[in-house]
Design a protein around this ligand. Sequence first.
Ligand code: KG4
Ligand code: ZN
Length: 335
Amino acid sequence: MLILGIETSCDETSASVVENGREIVSSIILSQDTLHRSFGGVVPEIACRAHLESIVGIINNALVDAKITLAEIDAIAVVNTPGLIGALLIGVTAAKTLCMALDIPLIAVDHLHAHIYANNLEYDNIPYPAISLVVSGGHTILFLSESETKHIPLGWTIDDAAGEAFDKVSKILGLGYPGGPIIDKLARRGNQCAVAFPRAYLEKDSLDFSFSGLKTAVLYHYRRYDSKNTGAKIPSDQEIADIAASFQEAVVDVLVEKTVLASKIHRVRGILTGGGVAANSRLRQRLKEKSKELSIPVYCPSIRLCTDNAAMVAGLAYKKYLEGDISGLDVEAIP
Ligand code: KG4
Ligand code: ZN
């Protein structure tokens, strides 16, 4: 079964053809990074317009790459929640239009569940129940995953998402957008113990997250160097790397600790990760270490499948299709 997936929830326009929920026949991802870079974050209005301009071409490219025509597609999958409302609407409208014209099923997919499914595109026999950590620019959430399609939320961020914190700290340090990959690279030559940034664990056994205090701590620390405020020196490249490494370690400590806590509380058989921040090398390394300690497998999708892509959407849709979870053409985009 060939499913065409469409993903436009944030700042990537993506289309992909996936066979039987597993084989990625084609995957096209157009990133809007350059459009948002000067603003240090995603500008919703710019994102919507860019999706609108490129969606038809991206779908066409996915079909050309797969060497098939629309007539050979068996169903269309689209992310309808969560995301930027105007951005979601472009993908959802394109998907509905194609389904109506081709008279094939529409399968609406949750963006966060699709991030978790990225693991199933690459690994066989993932054991359930599992704890799934989804960490992206818009979300930080722990799920108890009972299967590829059943995910129960256990805890989420009460303020900033982890990726948002990476992006904002990168902006504070003057490093650029998106901040995650830049900080990840820079932190490798920084000292993670240089600055004792706070870790917000919240109340005992809480599976919720909070990153806004950490972001503010980085801001205040950086301001000590700001010559306009204090006359202090400008931080050296090494000091910037040290701040980046110390910040990253604070984020990773909290993510790892809460994921491990959730896995112990729910006595799961595996840990899954997904979302852009799951590409972080330090997070992956620390979770792999925990895998040995807990004696359960930890799965991280390959880097290209961590960030937004339509292959994970088309993949998950196949499982939903098998379960009869098909959407009507009245399905709504929900931010
Ligand atoms: O999942 P994603 O592509 O989009 C959303 O659904 O939000 O995640 C994007 C986020 C951005 O905040 C970006 O800075 C972060 O993922 N990111 C990373 C890394 N690569 C991307 N954060 C930390 N380390 C990375 N290597
Ligand atoms: Zn995402």
